[in-house]
Design a binder for this molecule. Structure first.
Ligand code: FEO
Length: 396
């Protein structure tokens, strides 16, 4: 493989996963990569490994730069298996290497891979490991993405390796931000943020502030998925601050619905027309036609989300239940939520959707709009007027 160099002595040794399309229910249409880095000085450190199924490729990439037994340190930034399941194999080959992780990381490594990882040494924020002229230091980053997560920083080269943070599920033959289409890159970055990191928005803002306070100059951000930010690392930091603080939110309404015999679809379209009549953007997403991954990304810059469901068996439609399960887990902050739907006799979908979202702490617009059987012309007008009211709320 052509050497992929971040700075002198710092190389990408990861793997590109062109074929992955499902990353724990996140639809990864553009594939992904598992980035690992080799830092070579008087001592050699491997930062993270890869998914076990790709371990042979990682071994080949490392071997092109150094024999594995010459690795002195293995840094485990994060234990989730896309980064660590190759570790048991690598640890056997790099038999002289000391392994470092956070306290939670050590605990999780033992639970994942057995007691041989009791030898892992614990590092905390500010700890340093000298490699010679280069020094590694660490920044604990719990919940970005798991309790064990940490960032590794190469002080002299100003290279930050934050593992999951600032990543994208994007397979590419180019490894750097100046080698890929910027629109595709930022689309995959926001999709990744929305589907992986939304629940941790306040922690992201705090962690970025911590990095600023530590006065760590950053030349390169080298995440563990996708493209490395070397041309413009500030671009992704600013984007994260904007997404996490809701600065990109605009008067936009996402209408997420499913339909059984077309009544809820008719309602969705009439509500959307009412919203658009006020100059406010409305986007309709029929569940079973659109992946949750895409809908969640669209919600990041939406002010209001309307969810529509027909009543089935006295409750909400199954696809709506799946969507609400996903979104109430992600808990996007600062949105308003409204509900609409049709029913035949007893109803139940609106009641269940309202209960589920209120229990998750969502702010719900009431009253909802619920119609029996097929909407009449007059009821379609009522939906349009509801859309007009929603547009007014979106503008405030
Ligand atoms: Fe890429 Fe949380 O693992």
């Amino acid at each position: 493989m052509t050497k992929i160099s971040l700075k002198e002595g710092i190389s990408w040794v990861g793997v590109v996963d062109w074929n992955i399309r499902d990353f724990h229910d996140y639809v990864t249409s553009c594939g992904s990569s598992y980035n690992a880095y080799l830092v070579q000085d008087e001592k050699t450190a491997l930062i993270d490994t890869v998914k076990a199924t790709f371990c042979n490729e990682l071994i080949t990439h490392i071997s092109e730069l150094t024999p594995l037994e010459k690795i002195d340190y293995i840094i485990v930034n994060h234990v989730e298996m896309d980064h660590s399941s190759g570790l048991p194999i690598i640890a056997k080959l790099a038999k002289n290497a000391k392994i470092y992780a956070t306290a939670r990381g050590k605990e999780e490594l033992i639970k994942h891979y057995g007691t041989e990882f009791e030898r892992v040494e614990i590092v905390k924020t500010g700890d340093k490991i000298s490699l010679g002229k280069k020094t590694l230091t660490f920044l604990e980053a719990p919940m970005l993405h798991w309790p064990d997560s940490m960032f590794t920083y190469v002080i002299e080269d100003k290279v930050l390796m934050p593992n999951d943070a600032f990543g994208q599920h994007l397979a590419s033959s180019g490894h750097f931000d100046d080698e890929v289409d910027q629109v595709v890159l930022m689309k995959e970055a926001i999709t990744y943020y929305s589907n992986i990191l939304t629940p941790f928005a306040p922690l992201i803002v705090k962690k970025i502030q911590e990095v600023i306070d530590m006065k760590l100059p950053i030349d390169i951000i080298a995440p563990s998925h996708g493209i490395i930010w070397r041309k413009d690392p500030v671009k992704i930091i600013n984007a994260y601050i904007e997404w996490a603080t809701g600065k990109t939110v605009k008067p936009k309404v996402a209408i997420v619905f499913d339909t059984m015999w077309d009544s809820t679809n008719k309602m969705a379209r009439a509500i959307g027309d009412g919203i658009a009549s006020q100059g406010v953007e409305a986007k309709l997403f029929k569940l079973r036609c659109t992946e949750n991954t895409e809908i969640v990304t669209e919600i990041t810059d939406s002010k209001i989300v309307l969810v529509g469901s027909p009543t089935l068996n006295n409750g909400m439609f199954p696809s709506v239940g799946m969507f609400l399960t996903y979104i109430t887990g992600l808990k996007p902050k600062g949105k308003l939520w409204g509900f609409f739907g049709s029913y035949g006799w007893g109803g139940g979908a609106i009641r269940n959707m309202t209960k589920m979202t209120k229990e998750a702490g969502f702010e719900v617009i009431e009253p909802s709009i619920e119609l029996k059987w097929v909407p009449t012309e007059e009821e379609i007008k009522k939906c349009f007027d509801y859309g007009v009211q929603i547009a007014q709320k979106a503008k405030t």
